[in-house]
Design a protein around this ligand. Structure first.
Ligand code: ATP
Ligand code: PAF
Ligand code: BAL
Length: 358
């Protein structure tokens, strides 16, 4: 797809489709000693994305978003072709976003300043992959980034090439945007933690690992369903009655964990929530909703190792259980509802210990 500037929606902020044009703008920000916050997205923006943008507006002079549906993170059998794309709506949403921030003026007196998104980076596939890109890893040529040992568990078990695609695209985005700070969502917790590790391993300075922030999951105010672009695939009945079962199941697992049950028991309680929802929704005479649980699991946030079945909260909190470190646990799951794959997670323990914002 090529993007000519007259195909772009009108916008109060510049939209850069080339690396060169963005870099000119970034150079000016360096000259003016302005900090740049960055939010990477695949578009079809929703309140979850906006919560990341607000965090960036609060802490940075300038805020840049990217919208890029990255082919390398979609396996050949996944939904690259149908992924929701809504650029005019996205630009409209961003155009109406502003945040009032109290800043000291030259005399140190606090004054209120209104910040709005500063720029959108909207590259084409060929701009991002000058050597070309195939979704089939065996056919790929060129340079790729792999965070070895951290991308095969949890989401990587079902999507084995996903994190290689994400790490490659995000490395490129970081190289272009050169953010002072960057913001990722808890909804994709493995992605955020893996990318923080990548910034550390690659000795990146823009952003440095401590400037990669993880923002809590934004949820539907009524059903608590985690907001996601792919929720657009859900039918109203799937969205209202089936999809919320994933978070319900995780919450049941969380309560069982806190009451001292073993990991295996907690997982089994969570599974039961899904199977009972399926039975309730698909009773005689009801329009069928296909639901298929991919996984519900407890993982160590450090290396994403699966917790042993027999472990309990008491054991995890003991010196032996977690090697003397006060690490929380990721309780996460993935559920198919119709053609939509939903993911969600709860952090068991103190989220600050994995550097999450609150
Ligand atoms: N509900 C949410 N709360 C907080 N952050 C979110 C939420 N949804 C997405 N994000 C974050 O926004 C960034 C961009 O995500 P992306 O554009 O893939 O949207 P998405 O809603 O996660 O899409 P998908 O439906 O494909 O999972 C990621 O860092 C992601 O974790
Ligand atoms: C981080 C990301 C923009 C990389 O393509 C994507 O995985 C996403 O939106 O979560
Ligand atoms: N937010 C995750 C992007 C993906 O599933 O491809």
């Amino acid at each position: 797809m090529s993007l000519s500037s007259n195909a772009l929606p009108a916008s109060p902020f510049p939209i850069f489709t080339t690396v060169a044009s963005y870099r000119e703008w970034r150079e000016k920000a360096y000259d003016e000693k302005k900090s740049v916050g960055f939010v990477a997205t695949m578009g079809a923006l929703h309140e979850g994305h906006l919560s990341l943008v607000r965090r960036s507006l609060a802490a940075n002079d300038l805020t840049v978003l990217s919208i890029f549906v990255n082919p390398a993170q979609f396996a050949p059998n996944e939904d690259l072709a149908t992924y929701p794309r809504s650029l005019p709506d996205d630009v409209e949403l961003l155009s109406s976003l502003s945040l009032s921030v109290d800043l000291p003026d030259e005399k140190g007196i606090s004054e209120s300043v209104t910040r709005t998104p500063s720029a959108l980076f909207l590259p084409t596939v060929s701009e991002m992959y000058p050597s070309g890109i195939s979704q089939d890893v065996s056919e790929q040529k060129g340079t790729f980034v792999e965070v070895k040992g951290y991308g095969h568990q949890m989401e990587g078990k079902t999507r084995p090439t996903f994190f290689r695609g994400v790490a490659t695209a995000v490395t490129k985005l970081f190289n272009v945007i050169e953010p002072t700070r960057t913001y990722f969502g808890q909804k994709d917790i493995q992605q955020a933690l893996l990318l923080r590790r990548m910034t550390r391993d690659l000795l990146l300075s823009h952003p440095s690992p401590e400037n990669l922030y993880i923002v809590p999951t934004a949820r539907d105010t009524i059903s608590s369903l985690a907001l996601a672009s792919r929720n657009a695939y859900l039918t109203p009945r799937e969205r209202d009655y089936a999809a919320p079962a994933l978070y319900d199941a995780l919450q049941v697992g969380e309560r069982a964990w806190e009451s001292g049950e073993t990991k295996a028991e907690c997982v089994s309680h969570a599974h039961r929530v899904i199977s009972e929802t399926m039975a309730r929704l698909n009773g005689i005479g009801k329009e069928r909703i296909e639901m298929q649980l991919d996984y519900i699991e407890f993982n160590d946030p450090e290396g994403f190792d699966v917790l042993p079945d027999a472990v309990t909260l008491e054991q995890w909190e003991s010196e032996e259980g977690r090697g003397g470190q006060e690490r929380p646990i990721i309780l996460s799951g993935a559920l198919w509802v119709g053609r939509t794959r939903l993911i969600d997670n709860i952090i068991l323990g103190d989220p600050l210990r994995i550097g999450m914002m609150i």
